[in-house]
Design a protein around this ligand. Sequence first.
Ligand SMILES: C[S@@+](CC[C@H](N)C(=O)[O-])C[C@H]1O[C@@H](n2cnc3c(N)ncnc32)[C@H](O)[C@@H]1O
Length: 667
Amino acid sequence: MGSTQFKTGHDGVIAFDIDDVEGSVAQLQICHFPAIGFSNVEELDVIFPPGVILAVRKPTCQLSVDNVKFIQADSLSVIFLEPGYGDVNRQSWARGKILTRSPVSTSSVDAWRVSGAAHFRAKRWLAAAVYFSNGLELDPDAFVLRLNRSEAYIRMGWYRSAFHDAEKVLLEGHNIEDTLIRKAIFRAAKSLYHLGRYNEAIEIANRRPHDEDCQIWGVKASERLREQLSGQYDWSSLFRETHSATGHVEMAEFTGPIQVRGIKNVGGGRGVFVTRDVKAGELLIVSKSIASGSARRESEQVGANVAVVSAKTRLIERLWDDPSLQFTINTLYAGTKSSPPNPYPPSPSLDSLKSLEHPLRPSPDIDITRAGAIYSSNAHRIVPFPSASHQSKAEMRRLQKEDPHCGLFLLPSLCNHSCLPSACWLFFGDFMCVRASQNLREGEEVTVQYFLAHRLAYEERQRMALQWGFRCHCILCEADTVDGQKICEDRENIVSQINQESSKDDSDPALRKASKFVDNARRTYRDHEKRRQCNFKPALYEAHGHLSVIQIKRDWKSSLREGMKALEAVGIIVLDNSLVGKAKCKSSLPINVKRTTQWNDQCVLLALRIAYTFKNQNDMQRAELWLKSAVYLEDIRFGGGWPLFEQRYSEVIEIRKLGDLARRVLS
Ligand SMILES: C[S@@+](CC[C@H](N)C(=O)[O-])C[C@H]1O[C@@H](n2cnc3c(N)ncnc32)[C@H](O)[C@@H]1O
């Protein structure tokens, strides 16, 4: 087929007109074409110049609308053919002559280098890599081109191919200039660092111990290695990085005391379990996304769908760069319509040594349909780690809507769901951290929330779980099932009524209404074994919390009592609920935690409000203990102790005038 002209869409599809040898015209739509972004027209002109010859293997769809023929194919099904391929050269094309794949001369390595460099300067990384590759096909020993291509691949985030090129120069570039060897070392070390191969990065960087540029990658790799081995991170710096202008975060992956094991009655047949007793708050997993996508990164258009398309395209890109990644992702569940996943962990294979020879010639063995199914069955919405503790629910929703961001993670994908999970996740940039949210005994399962289940009613939770292909039988769903549908609906009505109330109205009728909400909410939680086991009553939390706020100006003692009851409703054990006189716990905390949940932020804010109220009553001992309780609640959920707490809650601390006390007792 010879192409004539093209256009791009904002939905990750490249579309252009093609004709075949007989001159019949169609529009070819290519989905998930890597490295192009969504609207880089100049770059597309280079990859698909008029006259390029393509073969389309297994189009996903062919149809005609109003006499216009459409052919849709995934990027891997489109094969670039050279004019000499098979008999295409001998065909006479009805609608024009065949051009070579590029307007520049194909006879000179230098011509490819010069044009490639021009694309590189214009930040058209794929076009540059294609041109350098065309030159390398003429002379595989053109080490300058190989190093240039290595840098183009680095800019594209194709680190495996970048390393391969740099390594080849180091292995085969005998008698080449020292400046080239230096570049090769720098690019190899940088690529290895980004591939998480820290020991090798350090080893290569150490070939130039006095070269600052090379050493940067050795030093960074040593820092990552320390994180990876110890599970110790500087959480407050990571938090700052997450909220910097670029949002770029660097941290190592970490695997804590966990293992993947078989489990009955769940899709995929596996789950993640702890290998020893674990305390609430212990770090279990830090996982970097295999591929992620954000709507903002790609286009002016914003929408979750754009983010999903961009993440899937990135996944396919990663498979182009590193075909062995297929072995890794094939260990993940791909849904009921696909064959069962391979055993985890992936076994090493000789194929992992294969590398990309040309950026437009990916491995033909990549199973793009399965990759798509794996993405759909495992991807996570990346929820931004909130920067300001006073952020309202509406603000949080707005942020999530504005910058939908999602990604595929390896180990977290093997965790099953529970609406009241044994572990909580949070994100630093593209890294997902999973911490135990309760004390776990050796052999207990690590479950996470696939969606913000604690905010949803029973029916809605089941609907969401069904989208993942299962009915949820977690302890919270079991307890709600025993309560029955009618009661669950009543409960939801109460919560939505509370949400419509103004917390600023502390008139008598508002107070009476708030007390009634508490009574009604309590009645919706029947006393039975399942509820006692889960000890989680979110609607009651809302009702007590609301009443507590309304009472604050009238009667601080009642307000605090309600606040403490709210904490108890979500499983926090209040050991000392005394309000005056000697504190029962003089130095130890007045609370204990069996389980922390994604509700944690609200509980921290409530504990801070209790501290503030005691401070206003000049009860500095209780103020201090409740302030420490707030930090403790935060710490088991997020780690990072006071330094992170101070950053996240700085505004609230100042508004509540708790800064001096906090710095005195916590710094
Ligand atoms: C991300 S995978 C989780 C790991 C999966 N069990 C495996 O072996 O690869 C998601 C799939 O696991 C199954 N699953 C997860 N949580 C479940 C639960 N609470 N009950 C039943 N099936 C569950 C569902 O089939 C879901 O589509």
